[in-house]
Write a protein that binds this ligand. Structure first.
Ligand SMILES: Nc1ncnc2c1ncn2[C@@H]1O[C@H](COP(=O)(O)OP(=O)(O)OP(=O)(O)O)[C@@H](O)[C@H]1O
Length: 745
């Protein structure tokens, strides 16, 4: 066991900054930083770290601090190096560096050291050892994952999906490149960096608006012993948090900023929760934290804390120092990846199924995208991995902002008021409106361009969607208490999912309770659907129901009158409707989405599709995408049926199968799934045999392959996972809103 090693780096003064503004100092008696208490400048706070590097530190010196990762990698271990700090503090300079050799950053230096050591090994072994280096590079922008080896015009708007596989987070569909020399790396890295999203803000002329993750896998094969080791490195240049009062961001930058701040906020929550040893770590609240999975990975972890020395950054620096202070206590297991037989490994590279059957071959941490690897197309990728967070934890309160940060905040302490989704909407709307109005040069009451503002709010809403949905679940719980009568209306006035613009809307339908699942059925009772909702398409890829059909849901009035909740989806202009599937039934749309995903694993899960057919379909879609220069929607139902070895019958089997996917994890007790829909980025599956049976409805939210978050079993009490998540998220949401409030103030 070791802990996250924090290296603090103070950047030099920029031309517009002066020595008199410097407030960050290095303690002479140890590697520590001091900074005045903003409320009482005579008092100093001290933060000790593993190393503190002053402003004159060269790129070579900072690399020396990171150099131990090389030895670690060649031993077959994993390592993560990430740069954290406020915008404009030098993260990109540190990780990527400048053009000249002297200014080369940590990442190119790491690669250079890897090649150097690899060559030495190969030479010393007289050809018995070969070292190969593979690389992926991607960014998380506005909570979407994009491959930096792909030019922006080839990006799908939805970004690349994440999957959970074997308790690891995998980015599906990334390009992986074998990179044989530093020269090759540099060419590739430069091109990829040009694809990264950067913009000028007031605080940084070239501000990274995304988190960039470089994955490097080193494979050392020894022909004498016929063994292979594999170490993976993830080097992450996080986007910088920023205070929008100082950025003067426009609407788009502000949206990015909200997304950046949100993911960093969630990261802080995770670190807080880990340091307090809480059972529930909210990794899943953002893609970045899901991928980074700090504290969940095995292997060395180094955090470079970038700091600006001047007073202008006072509160932000303090907040970063607090974050790092907590992060440095996070324990990481230093577990070597297993050694594998070379032929075994090659076989694994060739077969997805074989690979899946041999867990020993999977790297333990920050690992390689095994499923993508198995495609043989080198479209796999590196990932950061994580043990599954303790998702079943209940009743855990999320982290509260730490005391120091609160102490230094100028804002009056916020009372912990309950906020409904509409309150949050209003708050965000009001804040955006105010700031836009103020920027337009008018007073806060000046009316703003409603169209633009609407678009802005929509974007912000999108960012908030996941949190709100979980919030909504908690809100529903309360509502149910308040309205003990039978109701089948979409939650009126303040629908919990009102902000799901462009997605599937979710209504909650309350029905009189059923007896426990085993009881004998009694009278049917019709649920009442409000007129305006009748005829609305009611879900869900996999079930062509309409709201009218809901009226035939049978329920069993009982003496106990327990209440239950039915999750019903209304299909809106779902942003995830795959291109080419417009107008298709939800079931067909879902089928096409699966096939167009190129994900062999998913395709194989379709009825009538075995590994070979899945490989064929994935390859076919991939080729078509490449040939047409598009990234999605290349395959329509007719095309599918016309493919050799497929035909209409198989297509129909696939369609039916989409509606009846079996084999959800045994834990949930779900046997047969009839309906699926996206909920908060996860897949909600509804159990066919219970839907409409009066026995209750069991919904399982899965994030990708893995069962996640909630199971509602009205027959039993809805007691599993979701409520604790809702509670935690509500708390997190409140804090986030405070944070937004501060940023927009
Ligand atoms: N150690 C350093 N030596 C010289 N210049 C530096 C150093 N660190 C940062 N800079 C300069 O400071 C400016 C901001 O740095 P950089 O873009 O790396 O910040 P950042 O933290 O990545 O910001 P953002 O989060 O907005 O992307 C750049 O002009 C960069 O060249």
């Amino acid at each position: 066991m070791s802990t996250v090693r924090v290296i603090a780096r103070i950047r030099p003064l920029l031309t517009k900054e002066s020595e008199s503004e410097v407030i960050v100092r290095v303690r002479e008696d140890g590697p520590a930083i001091t900074i005045p208490n903003p409320k009482n400048e005579k008092e100093n706070f001290t933060f000790p770290f593993a190393a503190v590097l002053e402003s004159e530190t060269t790129q070579a010196q900072i690399f020396n601090e990171v150099f131990p990762t090389i030895k670690h990698l060649f031993k077959g271990n994993d390592a993560t190096v990430f740069a954290y700090g406020v915008t404009g503090t030098g993260k990109t300079f540190t990780m990527r560096g400048g053009k000249s050799v002297a200014e080369r950053g940590v990442i190119p230096r790491l690669l250079s050291a890897i090649y150097k050591r690899g060559k030495e090994l190969e030479k010393k072994s007289e050809g018995q050892i070969t070292v190969t280096v593979d690389m992926t590079y991607y960014e998380i922008y506005n909570d979407k994952v994009f491959d930096l080896f792909e030019p922006p015009e080839k990006r799908s708007l939805a970004g690349l999906p994440l999957r959970e596989h074997d308790k690891k987070t995998i980015v599906v569909g990334l390009t992986e490149k074998r990179v044989s020399s530093l020269k090759e790396f540099e060419a590739l890295y430069d091109t990829a960096n040009a694809n990264r999203t950067t913009f000028a803000t007031k605080l940084n002329a070239s501000s990274s608006r995304s988190h960039a993750i470089t994955g490097v896998r080193v494979i050392i094969e020894n022909r004498t012993t016929e063994e292979a080791r594999m170490g993976t490195l993830s080097a992450i240049d996080l986007a910088g948090s920023e205070d929008n009062r100082r950025t003067c961001n426009d609407k788009e930058r502000m949206t990015e900023s909200a997304s950046i701040n949100k993911s960093l906020f969630v990261l802080a929550q995770c670190v807080e929760a880990i340091s307090k040893k809480q059972a529930r770590i909210p990794y899943r609240e953002s893609k970045m934290t899901r991928i980074l999975s700090l504290g969940q990975n095995n292997g060395m972890c180094i955090m470079i804390l970038n700091i600006a020395p001047t007073k202008a950054y006072h509160l932000d620096t303090l907040s970063s120092l607090n974050f790092a202070n907590r992060a440095k206590k996070i324990e990481v297991k230093e577990v070597e990846n297993p050694v594998v037989r070379i032929n075994q490994k090659i076989a694994d590279l060739d077969s997805c199924t074989e690979l899946m059957q041999r867990p020993a071959l999977r790297p333990v941490s920050n690992s390689y995208n095994t499923s993508a690897l198995s495609l043989k197309t080198k479209q796999g990728s590196f990932i950061s991995t994580g043990e599954k967070p303790p998702s079943q934890a209940t009743g855990q309160r999320p982290a509260k902002p730490n005391a120091l940060r609160q102490k230094t905040s100028n804002a009056a302490p916020q009372p912990k008021v309950e906020m409904g989704p509409s309150d949050i909407d209003k708050l965000v709307e009001r804040k955006v409106e105010e700031i836009l109005a103020a920027r337009a040069g008018g007073s806060k009451n000046v009316s703003v361009d409603n169209n633009n503002n609407g678009a802005m709010i929509k974007r912000v809403e999108q960012l908030e969607r996941q949190l709100k949905q979980s919030k909504g679940l908690t809100a529903n719980k309360k509502q149910k208490k308040e309205k003990p009568t039978i109701a089948t209306t979409p939650t009126a006035g303040d629908p919990p999912y009102s902000s799901l613009s462009g997605g599937l809307k979710m209504y909650e339908i309350e029905l009189p309770d059923a007896p426990p699942l085993e009881r004998v059925p009694s009278k049917k009772k019709k649920a009442v659907i409000p007129k305006e909702k009748v005829g609305d398409s009611l879900i869900l890829p996999g079930a062509d129901l309409s709201l009218t059909s809901l009226t035939s849901i049978s329920t069993k009035p009982t003496a106990q009158k327990r209440k239950k909740t039915f999750m019903v989806f209304q299909e809106g202009d779902h942003e995830d409707t795959p291109a080419g599937a417009e107008g298709a039934t939800p079931r067909t749309a879902r089928l096409l989405a699966i096939i167009n995903s190129e994900d062999v694993h998913q395709i194989k899960s379709l009825r009538g599709v075995g590994p070979k057919r899945a490989e064929f379909l994935a390859g076919y879609v991939r080729d078509r995408k490449a040939a047409n220069g598009v990234v999605e929607g290349v395959l329509k139902l007719e095309d599918l049926a016309a493919l050799p070895g497929i035909g209409k019958k198989i297509v129909e089997a696939m369609r039916v199968g989409v509606g009846e996917q079996a084999a959800l994890p045994a834990k949930s007790g779900v046997k047969k799934v009839c309906k699926e829909g996206m909920l908060g980025g996860g897949l909600l599956s509804v159990r066919e045999d219970l839907f409409g049976s009066g026995k209750g409805l069991l919904g399982v939210r899965e994030d990708d392959d893995e069962e996640r978050e909630f199971v509602r079993t009205p027959g039993r009490r809805r007691s599993r996972t979701v409520m604790s998540r809702g509670e935690a998220v509500r708390e997190a949401m409140r804090e986030y809103v405070d944070h937004l409030d501060k940023a927009f103030a």
